[in-house]
Design a protein around this ligand. Structure first.
Ligand code: AMP
Ligand code: AMP
Length: 317
């Protein structure tokens, strides 16, 4: 059995982690990126493809596929859900992530504070963020400081969700839900750096939220304790609502305001690119395991432990 993924997003993290645990690996790589991945010594993992969706047609029956942000972006949720791929994690969760109302419901049922949404423009009385549906990495979002500004910016052809704009610090916290060890681990925190929202100088009134990369963050320990509880409750709530386990890495995407209120505006049910910061380890994974454990390696450790317990099928969908 191999561990595989498509060559983008957090593939270096995933494949290096699988290798560290002694697994054979498959890195589905487009021709123009082969030399890049070879430069990291991953040449022996590469399976050349002309486009990422080729993995839907080639034989991957001996491969456990680790999904990441590029799967939905380049292959599409629907096609992944209907595929024969043996995916590590929960395909059901992808449905909850795709559907904005299911997503909000899960976050609210888990007791998370979600930024208020406005169904009517008339109810808006302060700063808002307008989100387009299915936006990848914040592209196409815009902000407005008032209802009047919003009205001048909206495109009547586009369907938006209007959310209260929360002023504060962005905090992305990643977790690992281990089935083998029956526990939820806090893994690390980061700040997503977005052009031009995070730039000091702006010469337009429509700053872009396009993600460029991530910065490491270590939280105040009192705040970290709150996030630990949020992650535990989130995983429990998912199980209660769907009857299925949340498997492996997940992320809560939040903003903390000046009153230390934590607003969760999004979650992600798989490895996020913010974990790339924490190679070879995060402060928390180091304390937990006393050795270098980055997220890709944590996933491989889980797969190995489940194989030993003869329970791997429980985490594949
Ligand atoms: P890429 O690997 O840059 O082609 O990105 C693939 C998908 O993952 C796109 O939808 C990106 O918006 C998303 N993505 C890549 N890097 C990050 C990141 N650091 N944070 C959030 N999303 C990301
Ligand atoms: P999303 O596509 O929901 O992950 O959001 C992309 C980016 O928009 C986030 O990383 C934040 O910078 C920003 N954002 C999203 N929702 C809010 C909100 N309610 N208040 C302030 N900023 C937000």
């Amino acid at each position: 059995m191999k561990i595989g993924t498509i060559a983008s997003h957090s593939a270096l993290n995933i494949i290096s982690g699988a290798k560290a645990e002694g697994f054979a690996t498959a890195l589905y790589c487009k021709t123009d990126r082969i030399s890049f991945y070879q430069s990291f010594g991953l040449g022996d993992s590469i399976v050349e493809v002309s486009s990422f969706d080729e993995i839907l047609t080639i034989d991957t029956s001996d491969v456990v596929i680790i999904p990441h942000g590029s799967f939905v972006a380049y292959i599409g949720a629907e096609r992944i859900l209907n595929s024969k791929l043996r995916v590590f994690g929960n395909k059901e969760l992808l449905k909850w992530e795709e559907d904005r109302s299911l997503k909000t419901r899960l976050m609210q049922k888990a007791g998370l504070k979600v930024p208020p949404e406005f169904t009517s423009i008339d109810d808006i009385d302060g700063p808002v963020i307008a989100k387009t549906h299915g936006a990848a990495g914040g592209e196409g979002y815009f902000i407005a400081s008032s209802r009047d500004e919003l009205e001048s910016k909206i495109d009547p052809q586009i369907i938006y969700t209007f959310q209260k704009y929360i002023v504060g610090t962005k905090v992305f916290v990643t977790y690992f839900r281990s089935i083998a060890r029956n526990r939820t681990e806090i893994f690390g925190a980061d700040i997503r750096y977005e052009t031009d929202a995070d730039a000091n100088l702006r010469f337009n009134n429509r700053p872009s939220f396009l993600v460029i990369g991530n910065l490491p963050m270590v939280l105040r320990e009192s705040i970290l304790a709150k996030y630990y509880q949020m992650g535990v409750t989130f995983a429990e709530t998912y199980k209660r609502l769907t009857g299925e386990e949340l498997v492996g890495p997940f992320c809560l995407e939040t903003i903390i305001d000046k009153d230390q209120q934590i607003y969760t505006f999004e979650f992600s049910g798989r490895i996020v690119a913010g974990t790339n910061i924490w190679i070879p380890y995060s402060p928390y994974s180091f304390i937990q395991f006393n050795k270098p454990v980055w997220m890709g390696r944590r996933i491989a450790m889980e797969i190995k432990e489940l194989q030993e317990q003869d329970r791997l099928e429980e985490v594949l969908s």
